[in-house]
Design a protein around this ligand. Structure first.
Ligand code: TXA
Ligand code: MG
Length: 372
């Protein structure tokens, strides 16, 4: 058991459970049923928390106008209060309600990519409260591309503040079951619920763009590739990111981590042989320790290792990555060796090269953070 695991377990054990575990199942509702949506909207209005499916990952949503509800989001996640949340809005919502002075290029991006895996950081309007933005003068806005999230936002009528529905620093959830496992013990079946909308289609968080300057700058790589964005608007240099006062905890070095140790194989675009994978593992664990492999399908699995992911395409790699990292902990592996997707490979489904789709970059980013 690594120090991270024991720390998290202690956290959970010491938490004052609002409900007995057997009540946890009572948290899940069918997000595709009108009754599920109506009940979820009622819970939001009453100050409860609703875990929602989006195309990227599941979010833990609260009424963005309620300081108590938003405060509980931070408590349930174990997230510091000064780390700002994304405001999720309906695809038809008026940007001017939540932001001021949005530059033309930001309006163009919203028109082109919303609903979708793109978050825009803009100067906030009076309607956005300090407890959502951690006191910052900017707000992160996104219209998620998921019918369940859109139905709920329509029924609710306002905006919801929602981070990914995982414990702070841990792997994001891509199914309702992941949310139940991670946060179920901390949610209250009386006031909260989890809307099941199936597995998230993208599987990685949204791309975050700072739109407060003269051109868009990438703050976090994600589900929408830089190549796609730069076909629509100019994307400025993100090189001075470290010097920014803007807080993006998803950019903390150690984030998205399972309890197993993760090592990214430094093999460039080559397909490594099993001997090479064994050599890499031997530098990080005992000879008999259980090891897992996350890699494109072309990479063979060394005998005795657990294959956690064998992706045919980069899209599939992104879709299944977080499930694979969770699988490492379920199988109680000590180490995970990850081979990054090849860049420049053309996805047969979209016909787009990986460098264009940008998913390969986002995958590499998440795996490096999981590894540190
Ligand atoms: O795909 C996603 O973005 C998912 C789904 C649920 O929408 N949400 C998500 O939320 O990943 P979260 O809280 O795990 O990550 C949101 C990131 C954080 O790193 C946060 O610091 C950043 O957005 N953020 C929020 N408001 C910001 C702001 N005003 N300026 C800069 N970064 C901001
Ligand atoms: Mg997150």
């Amino acid at each position: 058991m690594g120090p991270v695991l024991s720390h998290r377990l202690r956290d959970l054990v010491e938490y004052d459970f609002p409900a007995h575990h057997s009540h946890m199942r009572g948290l899940i509702r069918d997000g595709t049923s009108p009754a599920g949506i109506a009940e979820a909207a009622a819970k939001l209005r009453a100050g409860g928390l609703v875990a929602i499916p989006t195309e990227t990952v599941y979010g833990l949503a609260a009424d963005a106008g309620s300081s108590e509800a938003v405060g509980r989001v931070f408590d349930v996640k174990g997230r510091p209060r000064d780390h700002p949340l994304i405001l999720h809005i309906h695809a038809d919502a008026d940007l001017a309600r939540w932001s001021v002075d949005a530059p033309d290029y930001a309006l163009e991006l919203a028109r082109t990519f919303w609903p979708g895996p793109l978050t825009l950081v803009l100067a906030r309007s009076e309607a956005v409260r300090d407890f959502v933005t951690g006191g910052q003068s900017t707000v992160a806005l996104r219209a998620p591309d998921h019918p369940v999230a859109q139905s709920l936002l329509k029924e609710f009528g306002g905006a919801v503040a929602a981070p990914s529905a995982n414990l702070f620093g841990a792997v994001s959830p891509t199914t309702a079951g992941h949310v139940l496992t991670d946060l179920g013990p901390r949610l209250d079946p009386e006031s909260d619920l989890i809307l099941d909308g199936g597995a998230c289609s993208v599987g990685l968080e949204s791309t975050i763009l700072d739109c407060t300057g003269s051109s868009a700058r990438i703050l976090r790589l994600g589900g929408l590739g830089a190549g796609q964005i730069s076909k629509v608007v100019a994307v400025g240099d993100a090189a001075d990111l470290a010097a920014e006062p803007i807080r993006v905890p998803g950019s903390l070095a150690s984030h998205y981590s399972p309890d197993a140790r993760v090592v990214v194989a430094d093999v460039g675009v080559r397909s490594p042989q099993v001997d090479e994978l064994r050599r890499i593992a031997s530098r990080h664990c005992e000879p008999e320790a259980p090891v897992g492999l996350i890699a494109p399908r072309a990479v063979s699995t060394p005998d005795g290792w657990t294959r956690l992911l064998a992706a045919e395409t980069t899209g599939q790699y992104a879709h299944d990555l977080y499930q694979a990292l969770r699988g490492a902990d379920e199988a109680r592996l000590d180490l995970v060796v990850a081979v990054l997707p090849e860049t420049g490979h053309v996805d047969p489904k979209t016909g787009q090269a990986d460098l264009e789709s940008g998913l390969a970059g986002a995958i590499a980013d998440r795996l490096r953070r999981a590894a540190s």
